[in-house]
Design a protein. Structure first.
Length: 297
């Protein structure tokens, strides 16, 4: 993501992780007597050199006022803010089952805002039970001390959130809000039921735009990438458009069931989404969340 001049980007292992080669083994040198092939190989090496896995939280200043759209922060002096309608999924050229899936998921998806000495970060999250526990990404919380976390409900209401616990290795954290939030828990897909090619929706707050829904498919399963601090992990790959601010939001199937937690994208340096996104498989995210809740209440 480009950042306005003078505004810093986040630094840390979650933001730009070591390079990955999603195409397979390293490229080998090509003999000089094959100039056309050599040129193609050099181009491929140049392309891959700029490919990085980028976490999807938004950070201080990078939104240029994007939080206003989520209903979280007050607008800057002199800024005009248009009235924000209730979030609704786009329906043009979208199969009816995905429209129903969006309607099922949206009432349980929230925007997460974290303020601290290190700046302000934003992401997404979703409710997982009737006790108002919320799954999100751990890396979002690194912007603050964990004492100033705000959750913005789908209807624009804001609630202070308690950090129940964090698991940096899996990049999963669990929040809890007051029961008055009345968030709708999202259903979890059964293990082993996600297939390559099936349609999915990414739901969250990219660039602070809460209630955003984008459609795609499951591009691959068990894709190994570096997420969190736990080294290489198997992830769900999708071409649904996800961008900074989608961190912690759900990737749901056509039944509205969560199949993954949107966490990172592969991007060329200086660019945004190129249609290669990664989500933590929901089985692993649920396991981490259950452990956190068991320890923290």
């Amino acid at each position: 993501m480009s950042t306005p001049t003078g505004l810093g980007e986040p630094r840390g292992p979650w933001f730009v992780s070591p390079r990955i080669d999603p195409y397979g083994p390293p490229v080998v040198d090509v003999p000089e007597e094959q100039p056309a092939v050599a040129r193609a190989a050099r181009w491929r090496r140049t392309l891959l050199a700029g490919l990085a896995v980028v976490a999807l939280s938004t950070v201080s200043g990078a939104l240029a006022g994007g939080y206003v759209a989520s209903g979280g922060d007050s607008p800057r002096p002199g800024a005009s803010v248009a009235a924000q309608p209730s979030p609704t999924p786009a329906v043009a050229n979208v199969p009816p089952d995905l429209v129903a899936a969006a309607a099922t998921a949206l009432p349980g998806v929230v925007s997460v805002q974290v303020r601290g000495n290190g700046g302000t970060a934003g992401g997404s999250g979703f409710a997982i039970d009737d006790k108002q526990h919320i799954i999100t990404n751990d890396h979002i919380l690194d912007a603050g001390s964990g004492d100033d976390v705000i959750v913005v409900a789908p209807d624009g209401r804001t609630f202070p959130a308690e950090v129940v616990g964090r698991d940096p290795g899996s990049d999963i954290a669990v929040l809890r809000v007051d029961p008055a939030a009345n968030l709708t828990p999202l259903a979890i897909a059964a293990p082993g039921t996600t297939s390559v090619g099936e349609p999915v929706l990414a739901v969250g707050s990219p660039l602070g735009l809460s209630g955003t829904v984008t459609a795609g498919i499951v591009s691959a399963l068990d894709r190994e990438v570096r997420l969190g601090t736990g080294g290489r992990q198997k992830a769900v790959q999708t071409d649904a458009s996800i961008n900074p601010g989608n961190s912690g939001g759900p990737l749901v199937n056509a039944r509205g069931e969560v199949v993954g937690v949107n966490t990172a994208i592969a991007t060329l340096e200086g660019g945004g989404s190129i249609g290669i996104g990664f989500a933590i498989p929901i089985e692993r995210a649920q396991q981490s969340a259950d452990g956190i809740i068991g320890r923290g209440g």
